[in-house]
Design a protein around this ligand. Structure first.
Ligand code: Q9C
Ligand code: ZN
Length: 341
């Protein structure tokens, strides 16, 4: 299958991140994407191509307009007041506060950010837009007849909601791609999120919609990021009642437990009978992941790919997390090879 990759991902780059009360070597680094690209090439998975540029229409089809305007102008307004330093939030709106715009970039940052993991830098907007374009180019390839495509998105996207960003994510690449499939004529689309972390942003975006099924297998939010969302009893609301499935697993879950949950998720997707599938592909389920707590081995990933392939759906893979630098390329390629086998 084709891989869509933009060099612009490197515009989002920090040396350190705030973790457990201090500044540590960053986990979400440009090298992640470079290693995946190298592994794709080494394995001969298929050509690697640059994305086509898209306008903001598909972004605005899932994200709040004021949020998008904020992200686009955040670096400029922040640096006007603060100088050219990374924009980190250090306060958040209390519950029951109103949404009255302020003239202060720090206050607006806290309005839209949910954590400190996603600083806004000079190139953040451009990098996030390029990641979206990777997904949308993958959608276009599939609509042109490709059975599958791999959008090597970085920064990742699944923690970005309608009007918030965080968890290393700014714009929700997978959700934007899923909506694009809808806009181009698919009646029903499923999003399967196999990143270790719950796809809270994707759930948020489609929670009240019956035309997009969201399924996520992830670390139980009672003990894992994003903590406040991703529980099994969140099933959707309104027209979307019954079209959100969360399959949380405890720390230490091995492949046997994982496979049972994934089997249940895939059965739900099959029953939904979607026209297109988007897979939020994180490999932070790997035993060696430095911030995660599942116990999958590299040899398990081909089977996950094969299980997804058995759905027989045109499938867009969108890269999300995975922080075990030494194994990220191999794990991603194993999964995609298992899908194609
Ligand atoms: N206790 C993705 O995998 N918090 N995002 C890190 C861990 C942020 C992960 C601290 C984790 C976000 C796309
Ligand atoms: Zn993750």
């Amino acid at each position: 299958m084709k891989t869509i990759f933009s060099e612009k991902h490197a515009l989002q780059s920090v040396e350190r991140e705030f973790y457990r009360g201090g500044w540590v070597e960053a986990f979400e680094i440009p090298r992640r994407a470079e290693l995946v690209r190298a592994a794709v090439t080494r394995a001969g998975l298929g050509p690697v191509m640059a994305p086509e540029p898209f306008d903001l229409g598909p972004v605005l089809a899932v994200h709040d307009a004021a949020f998008v305007r904020f992200l686009e102008g955040a670096w400029e307004s922040w640096t006007a007041e603060m100088g050219p330093i990374p924009a980190y939030p250090n306060l958040w709106p209390p519950r029951r506060s109103r949404s009255i715009p302020t003239v202060r970039p720090g206050a607006e940052l806290g309005r839209y950010a949910v954590d400190m993991s996603s600083p806004i830098l000079a190139g953040t907007w451009e990098a996030a837009r390029a990641a979206v374009d990777c997904g949308l180019t993958g959608v276009a390839l599939i609509e042109a007849g490709e059975p599958a495509a791999f959008a090597l998105c970085r920064p990742p996207g699944h923690h970005a909601g309608r009007d918030y960003f965080g968890g290393y994510c700014f714009l929700n690449n997978a959700a934007i791609a899923a909506q694009q499939f809808r806009s181009l004529g698919a009646a029903r689309v499923a999003v399967l999120d196999i990143d270790y972390h719950h796809g809270n942003g994707t759930q948020d975006i489609f929670y009240d919609r019956g035309d997009v099924l969201t399924v996520s297998v992830h670390g139980d939010p009672v003990q894992e990021y994003p903590y406040y969302i991703g529980f099994a009893d969140e099933t959707g609301e309104g027209d979307g009642e019954g079209t959100n499935l969360n399959l949380p697993l405890p720390w230490g879950a091995d492949f046997a437990a994982y496979r049972r949950a994934l089997t249940e998720g895939l059965a739900r997707i099959r029953a939904f009978a979607p026209d297109r599938l988007v897979v939020s592909l994180g490999v932070d389920t790997f035993a060696g992941d430095p911030i995660s707590h599942f116990r999958l081995e590299s040899g398990d990933y081909p089977q996950i790919g094969a299980m997804i392939a058995a759905l027989g759906l045109p499938t867009l893979f969108a890269m999300e997390g995975g922080y075990a630098i030494e194994a990220i390329g191999e794990n991603v390629v194993h999964l995609l090879e298992g899908f194609e086998a």
